[in-house]
Ligand binder design. Structure first.
Ligand code: GUN
Length: 328
C-alpha cells in the first residue's frame, strides 16, 4: 500500500516536471471490483439499519423479455449482488412473443404491489415493444434504473431523483480516485439516452445542487463526429468517458498524457491468440495505459460499479417509499 502511494507521488512529480517522462509511467488502473465491493459492504450495513429500525426488507423485481444470454447474465449479476447485500429479489421471465400490452400489464401490477419496492425491465426489449413506453410505465418511485422520463428530467434540472446506475458509478469512481473535474475538460464519446446523456449531465452540471454534479466543461462526440475531430476533442480532454461498443476506438494518440480514461464499453470478441472469446472495452487498453494517468479495465472497471449503484438506487427508492407510507 505504502509502496503504491510513494510510487504515485513519484509518478505525479515526474508527470509535472518532466515532459519526457510520460512514456515510462503507466496509468493507475482503477479497480472497480474493489471499489464496488467496498460500496456493497456499506449498503449491507445501511440495509441492516433500515430493517433493524422496523422497516420491511426492500424487494427488487427484474423483468426479462425474450432470451438474450447477455441480459440473463447481467440480471443474474444483479440478483447475486442483491442477495449479498440482503435485498430480496426475483426475476420474471416473459417470452419474446409477449405483447407490449402484456408487459405494461405486468408493470402495472408490480407498481401496485406494496411488497415490491423496485422494478427494472432489462433492456433491450424485443423490437415490437417501445422501450420508452416501457421505461415511462415503471412507477417513478420504483424506477431503480432511473430511466423514467421524470427521473431523467429531474437529473437534467439538478433535482434529487434516481440517477442511472452506470453514469452514477462512473461519478463515484472519479470521486473515489480524487480525479479533479471542476473546470476541467471532459469528453463523452457516445450519445445513448441511458448512459452517455446522463453522464454528460453529471459531468457538466453544478456541484452546488442536489445531484452534486462535477462542474466540468463537456463535449459530446458521436457517430457523426468525424474521426479527426473525435481525436482532436479527446486530446484536449482531462477526462474521457467512452460508451459506444467499438473495440479499440480510443487509441494512444488520442489521449492527453495524464488524462483519466473511463471505458464503459463491453464487447465480446475472439482472441486471435487463443481462439477463445473475451470481453474488451472501447479503449485500446494496453496502448492507452502507457499515456493515461488513470484508466478503467474491462472487465473489472465500470461494470461492477453499475451493479453497486443499482443496489444504491434500490435502497434509495425503498427508503423513500417507507418514509412516504409513514407520512400518509
Ligand atoms: N441493459 C443494459 N444495461 C442496462 C441497465 O442498466 N438497466 C436495464 N434495465 N437494462 C440494461
Amino acid at each position: 500500500m505504502l509502496r503504491r502511494s510513494l510510487g504515485s507521488i513519484v509518478s505525479l512529480a515526474s508527470r509535472k516536471y518532466s515532459g519526457k517522462s510520460f512514456s515510462s509511467n503507466m496509468a493507475q488502473i482503477i479497480n472497480g471490483n474493489e471499489i464496488a465491493k467496498e460500496i456493497r459492504g456499506q449498503l449491507k450495513q445501511e440495509l441492516k439499519d433500515l430493517v433493524d429500525s422496523g422497516n420491511p426488507v426492500p424487494h427488487l423485481t427484474a423483468v426479462i423479455v425474450g432470451e438474450d444470454p447477455a441480459s440473463e447474465k447481467y440480471v443474474q449479476n444483479k440478483m447475486n449482488a442483491c442477495l449479498e447485500v440482503g435485498i430480496s429479489s426475483e426475476t420474471k421471465r416473459l417470452p419474446a412473443s409477449t405483447t407490449q400490452e402484456e408487459l405494461l400489464q405486468l408493470i402495472a401490477e408490480l407498481n401496485k404491489d406494496q411488497r415490491v419496492t423496485g422494478v427494472l425491465v432489462q433492456l433491450p426489449v424485443p423490437e415490437h415493444i417501445n422501450e420508452r413506453t416501457i421505461c415511462n410505465a415503471v412507477d417513478v418511485d420504483k424506477d431503480v434504473d432511473g430511466f423514467n422520463e421524470l427521473n431523467i428530467g429531474r437529473l437534467a434540472l439538478d433535482m434529487d431523483g434516481i440517477v442511472p446506475a452506470t453514469p452514477l458509478g462512473v461519478k463515484r469512481l472519479l470521486e473515489h480516485q480524487n480525479i479533479e473535474t471542476h473546470g476541467r475538460n471532459a469528453v463523452v464519446v457516445g450519445r445513448s439516452k441511458n448512459v452517455s446523456l446522463p453522464m454528460a449531465i453529471l459531468l457538466h452540471a453544478d456541484g452546488k445542487y442536489a445531484t452534486k454534479a462535477l462542474d466540468a466543461t463537456v463535449t459530446i462526440c458521436h457517430r457523426y463526429t468525424p474521426p479527426k475531430e473525435l481525436a482532436r476533442h479527446c486530446r484536449q480532454a482531462d477526462i474521457i468517458v467512452v460508451a459506444v461498443g467499438k473495440p479499440g476506438l480510443i487509441t494512444k494518440d488520442m489521449v492527453k498524457p495524464g488524462a483519466c480514461v473511463i471505458d464503459v464499453g463491453i464487447n465480446r470478441i475472439k482472441d486471435e491468440k487463443t481462439g477463445k472469446f473475451k470481453l474488451v472495452g472501447d479503449v485500446d487498453f494496453e496502448e492507452v495505459r502507457q499515456v493515461a494517468g488513470h484508466i478503467t479495465p474491462v472487465p473489472g472497471g465500470v461494470g461492477p460499479m453499475t451493479v453497486a449503484m443499482l443496489l444504491h438506487n434500490t435502497l434509495k427508492t425503498a427508503k423513500k417509499q417507507f418514509c412516504d407510507r409513514q407520512a400518509s
